[in-house]
Design a protein around this ligand. Structure first.
Ligand SMILES: Cc1cc2nc3c(=O)[nH]c(=O)nc-3n(C[C@H](O)[C@H](O)[C@H](O)COP(=O)(O)OP(=O)(O)OC[C@H]3O[C@@H](n4cnc5c(N)ncnc54)[C@H](O)[C@@H]3O)c2cc1C
Length: 378
């Protein structure tokens, strides 16, 4: 077991918070397709947005595994969009500021993000560049001591709510992965607009936006890390993102599994509960096995990542396996519910709609297989 007593205390306090302050509100957020800003403020006050950041920046000084606890417990609220929105804030858009940013950038962006005063989003994907990150077209051109940004980003989680964007743009003439850099762009910068709020089949409470940059001028000091190293910095970010996303997917599949067990015990057909039919018992046994295997793989890469390793191959395997296992489990959970599973009044339909994204976001199944094959020198 990778968790210690501190993690278990943290787990209990997040679980209590989720059941009292998130679960009762998810229907409303799903309906409105947005999470209110007050959730971020409240989580910031409780210290949940800076679990693994040092105390000098307002964090809790915990380890990387604390983020896994957060991802698993947020999954229990029943709406995947919550874990995704919070995960972008804590585990995707802010880690590069902490790792590569200046003290000023940490003061102006990381600290308010940890407090929940500023909401963050991460802008990588573009209409013509999804899996192929190296082909992004958004440019940042130096003009004196400023940068001028032009381009478009799509599918950006928290894009509507966000106060700032951690943005990947092209800064050099080189093609491919060379000549990219990352920047911090404030929402109020002239030339920046949220051009569209996108409508999704799942993860509905998490807002997703298309962002437009038209001669958007930012200060020179908003370049994060070294000019030209953006691609590698983002690849580092994606490793952490994949571990957190995988943990959250397993957590959601676990919740759907528990719904299926409850339902199978309570629903009778042919004179006995579904849970007494061998077919259903074997479904549940297989689902529990999938969950355990995925969870152990995620824990093992999280442990390695926390201890300074950079196991790209195993992280990709964990992301691929967890997404597929979670998808299988949730699909079976819906099947066990029969026609009721297809009804909006049963929670399993939302788990099913939400889980599909795990095989696409943060790198698709196919891209994970490509990375694994490359790492195997095939
Ligand atoms: C709800 C949602 C939230 C998101 N949030 C964010 C966010 O916050 N920030 C952000 O930057 N991005 C975000 N994304 C974008 C996400 O990371 C991309 O959708 C994903 O990387 C795939 O890119 P694409 O959609 O352009 O698909 P494409 O790259 O066009 O792929 C289409 C299909 O082709 C396959 N394919 C592509 N290349 C290969 C290949 N070489 N070999 C085999 N198959 C291949 C893919 O696996 C996929 O099946 C989000 C997406 C969604 C849907």
């Amino acid at each position: 077991m990778v968790f210690n007593e501190d993690h278990e205390i943290l787990r209990r306090s997040i679980r209590d918070f989720v059941s009292k302050e998130i679960t009762p509100r998810i229907e409303e957020w799903e309906e409105k397709q947005i999470i209110p800003r007050d959730l971020f403020r409240r989580m910031g006050d409780l210290g949940f947005l800076g679990l693994s950041y040092p105390e000098e920046y307002g964090g809790q000084g915990g380890d990387y595994l604390s983020n896994i606890v957060l991802a698993e417990e947020l999954a229990r609220c029943g709406a995947g969009g919550v874990g995704m929105a919070v995960g972008v804030q804590t585990g995707m858009a802010t880690p590069p500021i902490f790792k590569f940013g200046t003290e000023d950038q940490k003061k102006n962006y990381l600290v308010p993000a940890i407090r929940g005063e500023k909401i963050a989003c991460l802008g990588i994907t573009e209409p013509n560049a999804g899996s192929d990150v190296a082909s992004i077209q958004t440019t940042a051109v130096k003009a004196g001591d400023r940068w001028v940004i032009n381009g478009r980003k799509i599918f950006i989680t928290n894009g509507v709510n966000a106060d700032f964007i951690l943005l990947l743009a092209r800064t050099g003439r080189e093609k491919g992965y060379r000549g990219m850099s990352i920047f911090l762009v404030d929402k109020n910068t002239p030339g920046f607009t949220v051009s569209r709020k996108l409508d999704k089949m799942g993860m509905r409470c998490s807002d997703t936006a298309e962002l437009l940059f038209e001669d958007c001028e930012i200060p020179g000091g908003n370049l994060v890390g070294e000019e030209g190293r953006g691609f590698f910095q983002i690849m580092w970010e994606l490793q952490g993102e994949r571990i957190i996303g995988a943990a959250n997917a397993v957590g959601r599949a676990q919740a759907a599994f528990e719904e299926a067990v409850r339902y199978a015990r309570q629903r009778s057909q042919f004179g006995k509960p579904l849970a007494q039919f061998q077919v259903i018992r074997h479904y549940l046994a297989e689902m529990a096995t999938d969950l355990e295997a995925a969870r152990q793989l995620v824990y093992s890469v999280a442990w390695a990542f926390q201890n300074g390793d950079y196991p790209v191959r195993e992280i990709s395997m964990a992301k691929l396996f967890a997404a597929q296992a979670a998808f299988r489990v949730v699909d079976r959970a819906l099947q066990i519910h029969g026609g009721y599973g297809y009804m909006m009044e049963y929670p399993v339909q939302r788990y099913w709609r939400d889980i599909r994204l795990s095989r696409i976001g943060g790198g698709t199944d196919e891209v994970m297989r490509e990375i694994i094959a490359k790492e195997l020198d095939l």
